[in-house]
Design a protein. Structure first.
Length: 399
């Protein structure tokens, strides 16, 4: 009794540290995935089809593992509900799958045209945009400091993007830079809408969300995209057919880097692992601290950009990144404090008792809701944020 109560805070703190490590590692993995995708060099729709099929297979295995696990308990449910989710949430899951596919198409397209640091920094504008959607569409109240964060974020976006109506185009910029920047900004806008659906479907298990998302991407959305692309560009169709027939890298086939297909499969697997780590991390760590650690992906992406591509950001880009990161971090902290005060939970989410950190019941409730609002990571984390059931503990893995 007494010993168990004494050991409980230490166990909670240990799980918190493990959760923080998982969130940090997932952010680093997402940066590695971005670098691997840029290395492969294949057209974005082809890479998305490979990624979707691989992760669809992994999601099937995860769903059946969960089905067998639940069948051994009194909480068993039908296989249809496990795969498709509750009937009242299925339309939200479908809409979420379509939006996430659009985000991934834009995000991966930006990676092929932009330095990965610039692309990652631009996409990390989406948390601020999400708050803006909350104000305009949901009539949510925000702290006045949000508007200052929004202005700083826009300034950072302009410094990184450097539109030609404000800046002269640098001669060193690669071809297609403007198209890639437009894709990155569009990805941030599309990604900013996702948390609205996340909050409405947060009680659906992550395996169900992943199954529906990858099913739509594998067998509907990406094939339609490929069909439209091939109809508009017959040369691309011939190159793809020749490549699939065994002529990868030939004169009339898609060329790619050495071991490019293996690297692509590895990147898709890493993305799945990263999402599993991210889910476990947000389930076991304070949302504020976990969300702050997710921002490490931006400087890490720039480090990879310098190390592997030798693309050193100039002073304007560095200033823009500082603005984007600063506004994002400030928004997370201010939003957390503002929400706690509105709910009467006080400023800190955790209080000390007997020299141990212990969560109060109200603070745990606030923590659960904020893990939905603040659990994000550029690229993959958009789909993962908030996919944790608050009714019962979820499986410690993620999309």
């Amino acid at each position: 009794g007494a010993n168990a109560e004494k050991d409980a805070p230490a166990l909670d703190e240990k799980k918190s540290l493990v959760g923080l490590a998982c969130v940090t590692l997932s952010s680093l993995l997402f940066g590695v995935v971005s670098a691997l995708l840029k290395y492969v060099g294949l057209p974005t729709p082809l890479m998305m089809q490979v990624r979707s099929l691989l992760q669809w297979g992994l999601s099937i295995m995860a769903c059946f593992w969960r089905f067998r696990r639940l069948a051994a308990t009194a909480n068993g449910q039908s296989l249809a509900d496990l795969l498709l989710g509750p009937q009242n949430l299925r339309h939200l899951l479908v809409g979420r799958a379509i939006l996430f596919w659009g985000f991934m198409l834009l995000w991966w397209s930006s990676l092929t045209a932009l330095p990965i640091g610039d692309a990652t920094a631009i996409v990390y504008c989406w948390p601020i945009l999400t708050a803006a959607w909350g104000i305009t569409l949901l009539k949510e109240q925000v702290h006045p400091a949000f508007y200052a964060c929004l202005l700083v974020d826009v300034a950072g976006l302009l410094l990184v993007a450097r539109p030609t109506f404000l800046f002269e185009r640098a001669a060193s910029l690669p071809d297609g830079y403007e198209v890639g920047m437009l894709a990155a900004i569009s990805a941030a806008v599309v990604g900013s809408v996702l948390p609205i659906l996340v909050r409405k479907s947060r009680h659906c298990h992550w395996t169900t969300v992943e199954f529906i998302t990858t099913s739509f991407a594998s067998f509907l959305l990406t094939p339609v995209c490929l069909g439209a692309w091939f109809a508009a560009d017959h040369a691309s169709y011939r190159r793809t057919i020749n490549s699939l027939a065994g002529g990868w890298g030939g004169p009339d086939a898609w060329s790619y880097r050495p071991y490019g297909l293996h690297v692509l499969l590895f990147a898709a697997t890493l993305g799945f692992v990263g999402l599993a780590l991210q889910t476990y991390g947000y389930q076991n760590e304070r949302s504020t601290r976990a969300s702050l650690m997710s921002f490490i992906e931006v400087p890490f992406a720039y480090a990879l950009q310098v190390i592997f591509w030798g693309q050193i950001p100039d002073a304007a880009a560095v200033a823009g990144v500082v603005c984007i990161l600063g506004s994002g971090l400030c928004n997370v902290l201010v939003t957390q404090q503002f929400t706690c005060k509105r709910r009467g939970a006080g400023s800190p989410l955790w209080h000390s008792s007997n020299a141990h950190w212990r969560p109060s019941s109200m603070r745990v409730a606030v923590l659960r809701e904020k893990s939905i609002d603040l659990g994000y990571s550029a690229g993959y984390g958009l789909e993962s944020a908030g996919e944790y059931s608050t009714a019962a503990p979820a499986v410690a893995s993620k999309q």
